[in-house]
Design a binder for this molecule. Structure first.
Ligand code: PLP
Length: 454
């Protein structure tokens, strides 16, 4: 799957990718680059004799991965202009890269809008996609000339009339998000029974309704969720026309996941072409699709507890890492994720560097037979571990059960792929642990490397 021959200075390979010949998930080169960055970093750290915090968890981010996702988007959803959902990962390099690639941005707060504007993005490329806005933020957006924003209730319309009467409004409608990872429609979205009434009030208040928005739920697994949402949006366009509005934009929200992207894109494109003529502008608010796979997190094992089950004559271990659910693994609590540990290095001097350039095995774990780290246990039987975060809270558990044929000890490093969405943005400082972890940037695509100076 990952058999990609790619030389950083090889333009032919680049144009192969542009034409769709390369695997969209990146290749062995990307994995090797990430591995090299991980190794370089941990080689500078002696976990048994370093300054406080020097061995903190850190990220390696592949901007090439974000770049590939954008090209893949353009290939399969060319009609739809992505507005990256900053909430998912407000990493400044990601925002800069997507700005340079011409994407728009979905912001939900003053701080997000401020960050995107400071990157040099024109206000017309921002949608304030928060149907229930803070008054002072709304004042700020009006002052900054950010006009596009969503609403879904009458109170919000009065608020907009008072503070931002020239806004371009998108009526957010409810969707069936039952097949998604994080449901949003229990909190936001006007039901189809209310849309006419809301549009009529907007008309009475002389507000400018420019379009319709929906979100099928974050981490949507059923592409058909888009079918009903698009046809409902069509009905709202028709209601608006009846009231004298001329809507010009449909916002199809986020929810896209890498694994099913082509299927979703095909279903969505079909529905859009059926219900909306080409002159209607279509935008989207993808978040995790863009960043999830680009970030790899490395964590240090700070402590280990040996657990002997004398009755069964089995020894297992509890591993304590320097990052947990109050930190970058907040995705376990808030985003229903199950991050998969892999061994990065064992042994004090990192002579047991164990990073795998292959994709995960079917079981979800890196093959233990890949390399002899010099620390494989003599029985060669799988050892059982549970993995915990650094805080005092018992809920701070990353994996209740993980098996490996390698012995993992204090000072060793584990790594977790796919840590780029809803992770560091929701990390806390609980127990005084840092919520600011270093990110090392690499690029497995020359296009992104050139844009970002990597
Ligand atoms: N747009 C809105 C309004 C959201 O609330 C979210 C996520 O919560 C997104 C976009 C991004 O969703 P996703 O990361 O699933 O693409």
């Amino acid at each position: 799957q990952y058999a990609v021959k790619f030389n950083h200075s090889n333009n032919q390979a680049f144009s192969d990718f542009e034409s769709g010949a390369r695997d969209h998930n990146g290749g062995k080169v990307a994995k090797e680059m990430i591995g090299a960055a991980l190794q370089k970093k941990i080689q500078t750290i002696d976990p048994h004799d370093c300054e406080a915090g020097e061995e903190d968890a850190f990220f390696v981010a592949d901007m090439g991965d974000v770049y590939r996702q954008h090209m893949r988007w353009k290939r399969h959803l060319g009609r739809v202009t992505p507005h990256f959902a900053v909430k998912c990962n407000p990493d400044p390099m990601v925002v800069r890269l997507l700005a340079a690639l011409g994407a728009g941005f979905d912001c939900a707060s003053k701080a997000e809008i401020e960050q995107v504007l400071k990157t040099g993005v024109d206000p017309s490329r921002i949608i304030y996609a928060q149907p229930c806005k803070t008054k002072s933020y709304l004042k700020y957006t009006a002052k900054q000339n950010v006009k596009q924003m969503t609403f879904d209730n009458t109170d919000e319309l009065y608020k907009v009339k008072e503070i931002a009467p020239h806004a371009e409004l998108y009526l957010r409608i409810l969707t069936d998000d039952s097949a998604s990872l994080c449901r949003l429609s229990q909190k936001f979205g006007a039901s189809m029974d209310n849309t006419y009434e809301l549009l009529a009030l907007a008309k009475k208040l002389d507000l400018n309704v420019a379009g319709v928005a929906f979100h099928v739920g974050s981490g949507a697994s059923d592409p058909s969720a888009f079918l009903k949402a698009v046809s409902d949006a069509r009905l709202v366009f028709d209601q608006a026309a009846e009231l004298g509005f001329r809507l010009h934009t449909l916002d199809v929200g986020g929810g896209f996941i890498s694994e099913t992207f082509e299927d979703m894109a095909a279903v969505l494109s079909g529905a859009l072409d059926e219900h909306f003529p080409p002159q209607i502008r279509i935008i989207a608010e993808p978040g995790r699709y863009y960043t999830s796979s680009a970030f790899t997190l490395a964590c240090n094992v700070i402590a280990r507890r040996t657990v002997e089950d004398k009755a069964l004559d089995v020894t297992s271990y509890m591993l304590y890492m320097n990052d947990g659910v109050y930190g970058n693994f907040s995705s376990i609590m808030f985003d229903h994720q199950h991050p998969i540990p892999q061994i990065l290095s064992t042994g004090r001097k990192q002579d047991g560097f164990n990073y795998s350039t292959e994709s995960l095995t079917d079981s979800g774990y890196a093959s233990a037979e890949e390399e002899d780290t010099g620390k494989i246990n003599s029985s060669n039987r799988a050892i059982e571990y549970s993995i915990w975060g650094p805080t005092c809270d018992g809920i701070d558990c990353i994996a209740e059960k993980w098996t490996s044929k390698d012995t993992v000890d204090v000072g060793d490093w584990l790594y977790f792929e796919g840590m780029g969405a809803y992770t560091k943005c929701s990390a806390t400082r609980f127990n005084g642990f840092t919520d600011k972890h270093e990110t090392i940037y690499v690029s497995s695509e020359p296009g992104a490397a050139a844009l970002m100076g990597l």
